[in-house]
Design a protein around this ligand. Structure first.
Ligand SMILES: [Zn+2]
Length: 285
C-alpha cells in the first residue's frame, strides 16, 4: 500500500491484480448497539462490546464506495447518500479531486435500494449523475424499489427517496441475474436478506480477488456473530444464511473484502476462520 498516496482519510488507493481501485468515503454516521444487534443476548453483547472497547451508544459507521478501473472500463460500486443531505455526499467532490469526471464512469453498480447506496446516482435536478454510464441493479431489488405495492411497506421518506433516485434511471438501468458478469473480471452474486434482492460484487484480476460485501454485514461484530441481525435487515433468517455463505466464500478464495459500513475507513480486511466461525481482520494501514 502506498502510504503517501493514501494520506487522506477519505480515499484509499489499492489494486486487485491489474485493476486500480479507489475507496471513497461518502460520509460517516454513528449507530448504536440496540439497532445493530437486535437479537443479541444483553449480557453477551455487553461483554463483546467491552472486549472491542466500543461504546454501545456510538458505533461509528462509514459509507465506503468503490471505483474500479479495469483495462477497458471505469466502474463505480454504490453512490453514497448524494448531495443535498445533512451528512454524506462527498463522493463527487473526491472523484473530482482524483481527476475522475462523472462522464469517465461507464458502469454503475447499485447493490441495493437503501438511501446510502443509491443517493448519489442522480443529481438534485433528477438527471443521472453519471450520464455516460449504464446502471445495474439486481432484478428483484429493482422490482421491489420501483413497485408501489412493495414501496408501501417502507416509510414514506424511504419510499419517496427511492422514487426520486430510481425512477429517472428507468431507461438506462439494466437488471442483473445471479452470477452475471458485468464487465470482464467483475460479476455480481445475489445476496438477499438485508434487502430482498441485494447483490454483492466479486472482482477478480490476475489471481487476486476482492469481495464488495455491501450490507451483508454492517459491523465487524456481525462476522463473529452472524446470527446477530440489525433493525435494517429485512429478512433476519435469510440474512444469517447469506452471511455464512459469503464469509465462507471469502475464506475459500482468500479474498480481500470491502465491507461498506465497517469502521475504520477504508473498510477493507479479511474474513478469517476462528473456531467454528469467523472474525474480521482489518488491513494494516
Ligand atoms: Zn447501507
Amino acid at each position: 500500500m502506498d502510504n503517501q498516496e493514501n494520506s487522506n482519510k477519505d480515499r484509499f488507493h489499492f489494486s486487485v491484480g491489474a485493476f486500480d481501485c479507489l475507496v471513497i468515503n461518502d460520509g460517516n454516521i454513528s449507530g448504536n448497539a440496540e439497532m445493530l444487534f437486535i437479537n443479541a443476548p444483553v449480557q453477551r453483547l455487553a461483554k463483546v462490546l467491552h472486549a472491542h472497547t466500543l461504546d454501545p451508544e456510538h458505533l461509528p459507521s462509514t459509507w465506503s464506495c468503490l471505483l474500479v478501473k479495469t483495462a477497458d472500463h471505469v466502474v463505480l460500486i454504490d453512490t453514497g447518500l448524494g448531495s443535498g443531505q445533512p451528512v454524506g455526499g462527498h463522493l463527487l467532490p473526491i472523484l473530482a479531486e482524483e481527476g475522475v469526471s462523472p462522464t469517465d464512469i461507464d458502469t454503475v453498480i447499485l447493490t441495493h435500494g437503501h438511501g446510502d447506496h443509491i443517493g448519489g446516482c442522480v443529481t438534485e435536478s433528477g438527471d443521472p449523475a453519471f450520464p455516460k454510464a449504464t446502471y445495474f441493479m439486481g432484478k428483484d431489488e429493482w422490482l421491489y424499489w420501483t413497485s408501489e405495492a412493495t414501496l408501501a411497506q417502507e416509510s414514506d421518506s424511504t419510499a419517496d427517496f427511492a422514487r426520486k433516485k430510481l425512477r429517472p434511471l428507468t431507461a438506462i438501468l439494466q437488471t442483473v441475474e445471479d452470477g452475471q458478469e458485468i464487465v470482464p473480471g467483475i460479476r455480481v452474486v445475489v445476496a438477499p436478506g438485508h434487502t430482498m434482492g441485494q447483490i454483492v460484487v466479486q472482482i477478480a484480476s490476475d489471481g487476486e480477488q476482492l469481495l464488495f460485501l455491501a450490507d451483508v454485514a454492517l459491523h465487524p461484530i456481525h462476522v463473529e456473530h452472524p446470527d446477530w441481525v440489525s433493525q435494517m435487515d429485512a429478512d433476519p433468517a435469510q440474512t444469517v444464511l447469506t452471511r455464512q455463505k459469503m464469509f465462507q466464500w471469502a475464506v475459500d478464495h482468500n479474498a480481500l473484502v470491502l465491507a461498506f459500513h465497517f469502521p475504520p475507513f477504508p473498510s477493507l480486511g479479511h474474513i478469517v476462520p476462528d473456531g467454528s466461525g469467523w472474525r474480521w481482520q482489518a488491513i494494516d494501514l
